[in-house]
Design a protein around this ligand. Structure first.
Ligand SMILES: Nc1ncnc2c1ncn2[C@@H]1O[C@H](COP(=O)(O)OP(=O)(O)OP(=O)(O)O)[C@@H](O)[C@H]1O
Ligand SMILES: [Mg+2]
Length: 357
């Protein structure tokens, strides 16, 4: 198994995120894809902190994955998961053209030189990207590294649920894959346009910009997300974390929720997006954004597009990575369409099944 590993068996994408475990399995259907199975299992507070599986929560999360498998019945027993957070390092370096085994050895013996820091118990992977532009006799190499311990928790969770980990991906690459697929399939997006994807989950708001080379060329992260919304609901209505979290998804909150809490959160969210877009324009020279896509759980907040359009201007829409896909009859289309904007990572992982990704 490896961090950027190559072609696997059919895979089920498992996104273990701050608030939930999200499962997605895709198959090929004609020229496109089909959602074979999907499901979300909510997690209790603090099972994941700073995007890391809490050591005491491994068993609980394993049980949640087991429950999710029982409910969604995916065909594959091979999984793709993603790791993220400050502990994961990715870097592009220039190396001599040497056989892969020698390359691995060179990096492993001297991680500090290649990664810019010394890591103990390192789990390392690399991918040769191609000849270097300035020194064509050398190659550009993408390195991915993390501590063994970071991978161990994910492996144990999958193992407890009887899944075999086949691909351990980096969250940003999984996101990029789903992002590229949306850009390719959205009839409103033309080739060569520069698009921003702003993901607002529970803890973080992340802006990624896709360049005309189909790569993420700009990333920026802020601490902002649905967690604030949940905390406010808890405080206002004396609810538990679980009740408040469910309330944001499924409703059933007091009538005053909309005017007392949601309205101002929606404004803050639009404001946050506006700040991120402005800082993109002031910090980068990549050019005008032709579209702003919003993803993450908070993209499902009613009327959010209208608010962001008013505040930021331009062409704004909710990202739906599954929009171009057909859906198996046993999958609930209604639930899927509410959850789709929060399935970017799960989708990017499930896409690893296919040769073209
Ligand atoms: N209508 C809605 N449907 C689903 N989630 C919603 C909705 N409205 C608000 N949210 C909030 O979205 C958040 C969940 O989003 P998401 O699933 O993208 O987060 P996450 O991936 O678990 O978190 P993170 O990316 O920060 O690790 C929760 O805080 C939830 O309360
Ligand atoms: Mg997320």
């Amino acid at each position: 198994m490896s961090l950027l590993s190559l072609k696997p068996d059919p895979l089920v994408g498992i996104d273990i995120s701050t608030t939930a475990i999200k499962l997605l399995e895709l198959s090929k259907a004609g020229k496109g894809y089909k959602v074979e199975s999907y499901g979300i299992e909510l997690l209790p507070e603090k099972a994941i902190e700073d995007k890391k599986i809490d050591a005491d929560a491994v068993e609980l999360i394993g049980n949640k994955v087991t429950a999710l498998l029982k409910r969604t019945k995916p065909k594959s027993q091979f999984a793709a998961v993603a790791i993220s957070g400050p502990e994961v390092i990715t870097k592009e370096v220039v190396m001599d053209k040497i056989p892969d085994t020698e390359m691995k050895e060179a990096i492993e013996t001297d991680p500090a030189t290649y990664l810019g820091q010394d890591i103990e118990d390192i789990e390392l992977d690399f991918q040769v990207l191609g000849p270097n532009e300035r020194e064509p006799e050398k190659v550009d190499v993408l390195l991915a590294a993390c501590r063994e311990e970071t991978l161990e928790a994910h492996k144990t969770v999958l193992d407890l649920a009887g899944l075999k980990p086949k691909v351990i991906d980096i969250e940003k690459y999984a996101l990029e894959r789903a992002f590229v697929m949306i850009a390719k399939n959205d009839p409103d997006i033309n080739e060569g346009e520069i698009i921003a994807l702003i993901e607002i989950g529970a803890t973080t708001a992340t802006m990624n910009v896709l360049g005309d080379n189909q790569k993420i060329i700009y990333s920026h992260e802020e601490e902002f997300g649905g967690k604030q919304l949940i905390e406010q609901i808890q405080a206002n209505y004396e609810l538990t974390y679980e009740e408040a979290h469910l309330g944001t998804r499924d409703g059933g909150l007091p009538d005053s929720y909309e005017t007392d809490i949601l309205e101002s959160f929606r404004d803050e969210m639009a404001q946050q997006i506006s700040i991120m877009v402005q800082s993109y324009y002031s910090q980068s020279t990549y050019g005008k954004l032709s579209h702003i896509l919003i993803s993450g759980g908070c993209a499902s907040i009613p009327d959010i597009v209208k608010h962001v359009e008013t505040k930021v201007g331009g062409h704004v829409s909710v990202a739906n990575p599954l929009a171009s896909m057909s859906v198996a009859s046993r999958v609930s289309k209604k639930a899927l369409s509410n959850d789709a904007p929060s399935l970017m990572i799960a989708c990017g992982l499930a896409l690893r099944t296919f040769d073209e990704y």
